[in-house]
Design a protein. Structure first.
Length: 240
């Protein structure tokens, strides 16, 4: 269990938490003070906190995606030492920011990372992925809406960019709901065996046009998307 509960002090933030103790003897439920050192923001179904070394241990044990098109999002197999190295390499980079998406039990259900963080231009590129058994339950929309508010209103950033595979309609739908607009497209290459089933299985016929065979593997069409602070603020006026 990787939630941080301690006696409240002035400035602590109250979160609704339902959790079983590490030895499973009792359950706690109610509003508790979450460690302000890691807490970032609270949504309706999730809260955001800093991504810690302990989160790497949870992440590498996530179940794999059933859909082979999402195998790129399966966590890698890492030894404890490799997890240390992974964490240090990612957390220490000045052009990255790592956030954990936690459910009301404090359980890690997703990762939200910023790369190409430019503190002078106030821009960054977003990446998000959830546990494979937590998709399509509204967590992603809630996490992104919560994060956008924090990014624009608290951090004061001006633009958030991302790219998304053309076949990934679910992710596009979520980005559209939060207010991202399409700004362009490009193709990205993947080495074998990524996406090879797209050309051999009939069920992928309707999305095959988003894939091209290249000399060294397969190229996948991606859309570029962007959300500006101005657009975010404008939408808040109408959505309350
Ligand atoms: C992308 C992701 C973060 C979205 O989070 P989520 O919690 O699954 O999404 P939500 O449940 O909040 O919303 C999904 C929306 O997409 C819609 N949707 C789902 N599958 C869809 C499909 N095949 N076509 C169109 N819309 C679809 C849902 O109906 C819902 O929209 P609605 O609220 O208007 O009904 C999550 O699915 C994920 O981590 N996927 C794997 C990794 C990934 O794709 N990352 C993004 C890379 S750019």
């Amino acid at each position: 269990m990787s939630i941080y509960i301690r006696q409240g002090i002035i400035g602590d933030i109250s979160c609704y938490i339902k959790a079983r103790s590490p030895i499973g003897k009792y359950t706690i439920e109610g509003y508790y003070n979450v460690d302000t050192e890691t807490f970032i923001a609270r949504g309706q179904k999730i809260y955001l906190r800093e991504f810690t070394r302990a989160d790497v241990d949870e992440w590498v044990n996530w179940p794999p995606h059933v859909d082979p098109l999402f195998q790129d999002y399966n966590p890698p197999r890492l030894s404890p030492l490799e997890r240390d190295i992974w964490y240090i390499e990612h957390a220490s980079r000045s052009d990255m920011m790592l956030f954990a998406i936690a459910d009301e039990d404090g359980k890690l259900i997703g990762r939200l990372f910023l790369r190409q963080v430019d503190r002078s231009k106030k821009s960054a590129v977003l990446g998000i992925d959830l546990r494979s058994d937590k998709l399509d339950k509204g967590y992603g929309t809630d996490a992104l809406q919560t994060f956008a508010r924090y990014y624009f209103e608290v951090l004061g950033y001006k633009v958030l960019r991302l790219d998304v595979a053309a076949f990934n309609r679910r992710a596009q739908r979520v980005y559209e709901k939060v207010g991202f607009i399409y700004t362009g497209e490009h193709w990205s290459s993947y080495p074998p065996p990524y996406f090879s089933e797209v050309f051999s299985e009939d069920k992928y016929e309707n999305i095959r046009g988003y894939f091209r065979r290249t000399g060294s593997g397969i190229s996948v069409k991606h859309y570029d998307m962007e959300l500006t602070r101005d657009r975010w603020s404008e939408r808040q006026k109408y959505e309350g």
